[in-house]
Design a protein around this ligand. Sequence first.
Ligand SMILES: [Zn+2]
Length: 205
Amino acid sequence: MVREKLAAGYSNGQWQPKGGYYTIEDGYKWLRQDNSPKVTWFNIVWSKLNTPKHAFNAWLIRHGRLLTLDRLSKMGITDQSTCYLCGLQDEDHDHLFRKCIYTCICYARLQSWLGIQGSGFGSAEQMLKLRHCSGFLRKLLCSLVVATHYHIWHARNICRVEQRVLHPKLIIQAVLEDGRLALLKYKYFQISQHDREWCNLRGLM
Ligand SMILES: [Zn+2]
């Protein structure tokens, strides 16, 4: 699909805004921004607060492209179907990031630590709709959910390879550490006094 898009863009001269010369930068920008309608989750996946590996993991999840057991089974690579983390239900994207009891425990612990009320904590979209939060805090919470998804997938892979389940508190610690690192990239004055206090209280600053 990408190859076809590139071929069409090249033959129509759409890559050549600088006097007819092709540059990789122009081709990348055209492919990423100019030629497709923006998907609704674009800002969730490509937020500046996400580390690149979290963003890429989130992109794979949105496309249903992680090698979960349902996909591996269809490829004929495995007969295993039961979720490594809970051992209760079959593993697919929806189970792993929404329904798995292990995942739900991680969400509940993180939600409690952050003091967020309401349901749907594991959904990045829900974080962007939170009331009584500044736009900055919504984006921060969204990035913490994206980081949680990354660490759940990491925990799942450890479980698969090493046959051990990471304690959910280790997931929360890793997510909060990622949150601290993400905030370091922000200029201090760009964060309001209220939001800095919010982050301080939760050990994010
Ligand atoms: Zn499970």
